[in-house]
Design a protein around this ligand. Structure first.
Ligand code: ADE
Ligand code: ZN
Length: 345
């Protein structure tokens, strides 16, 4: 690694950063999958970690999701959910993340007989320990699986609501993920209206594989504040102008987009174009155990491919803080620290 590559990485590491698009089940590394499978007496269809890892050759979103849901099948106990989440926080600390907004997919677990309480308890114990021991704050985004019905989403919300008070410091938002094509935002209009009445913050995946119109519908029908991915917005100039005018945040995940073939290569990614047009974009890792890099790797590999400068990286990190659900005063405190990180240029 050259000196300048090293110093740009160190500069970026030192920038206070928020990670806003991270599926906690997507942080399950092969070694932890094997450890939990053994602990829970589950037989995996792979003889060892290397052969599981070798299967991470995705052709599209669905080919990834099939493996991702299978991997999540090793999570049974509160300790399993804790171990997965704590491992993420340790990596987050190493990358200079100061705040994380973490998506989780309860339907993946409750459908296997895992209690909603077990999921919440394991995630929350890790999040509270991360706050006290690592100084990393976090919120949870309970995400509905869009390949399932809206009725299933309502049942999931009903199962989770009794826990709201106990986890009020963490569970503040609702998301929508899984297979995008053929599952438009309109399918979830009623559940989003209900979650809005309940005063949850709202986000949704849109415009990853699905068309720009899904981004528009997520904003207009679901009334989300933030779009996860959203890179296909570029296909619709009027939508682009709307995103600029309203400073809508897009939580972009460059390495994910390459692994899932949304773009052919990182140097063809539109992040820099979106940034230069004045969109409120930030960088995130999505499912880092599957896509070959955590947050800092996403920043650095993208910087290399798109020739991002220190000023771009600072803007991306600032966007992540400003787009977070942290109270404005806390955002500002981190932004002040960010402005004081020295760069070479
Ligand atoms: N669930 C986990 N990762 C996802 C992604 N990139 N898109 C949609 N659903 C997901
Ligand atoms: Zn995602």
């Amino acid at each position: 690694m050259s000196d300048s590559a090293f110093s740009l990485r160190e500069f970026t590491r030192q920038l206070p950063k928020a990670e806003l698009h991270l599926h906690i089940e997507g942080t399950l590394e092969p070694d932890l999958i094997f450890k939990l499978a053994q602990r829970n007496h589950i037989t995996l269809p792979y003889p060892d970690q290397a052969s599981l890892h070798a299967a991470y050759q995705f052709t599209d979103l669905q080919s990834f999701l099939d493996l991702y849901y299978a991997g999540a099948g090793v999570l049974i106990t509160e300790q399993d959910f804790f171990d997965m989440t704590w491992a993420y926080f340790l990596r987050a600390q190493a990358d200079g993340i100061v705040h994380a907004e973490i998506m989780f997919d309860p339907q993946t677990h409750t459908a296997r007989g895992v209690a909603m309480e077990t999921v919440f308890a394991g995630l929350a114990r890790a999040a509270r320990q991360a706050k006290s021991e690592l100084g990393i704050s976090s919120y949870f985004i309970l995400s509905f699986l869009r390949h399932l019905s809206e009725a299933d989403a309502f049942a999931t919300l009903e199962a989770a609501l009794p826990l709201r008070e106990q986890y009020a410091d963490l569970w503040i938002a609702i998301g929508l993920d899984s297979s995008e094509k053929g599952n438009p935002p309109a399918k979830f209009e009623k559940i989003y209206a209900r979650c809005r009445e309940l005063e949850f913050r709202l986000v949704a995946h849109a415009g990853e594989e699905g068309p720009a119109s899904y981004v528009r519908d997520a904003l207009q029908l679901l009334k989300v504040e933030r779009i996860d991915h959203g890179v296909r917005s570029q296909d619709d100039p009027a939508l682009m102008q709307y995103l600029i005018d309203h400073a809508i945040s897009l939580t972009v995940c460059p390495l994910s987009n390459i692994k899932l073939k949304v773009f052919d290569s990182l140097d063809e990614h539109n992040l820099k174009h979106l940034l230069d047009r004045g969109l409120n974009v930030c960088v995130n890792s999505d499912d880092p155990a599957y896509f070959g890099g955590y947050l800092l790797d996403n920043y650095m590999q993208t910087a290399q491919a798109l020739n991002l400068q220190a000023s771009d990286l600072r803007t991306l990190a600032a966007n992540s803080l400003r787009s977070s659900f942290l109270p404005k005063a806390q955002q500002q405190a981190w932004l002040n620290k960010l402005e004081n990180v020295p760069s070479n240029d």
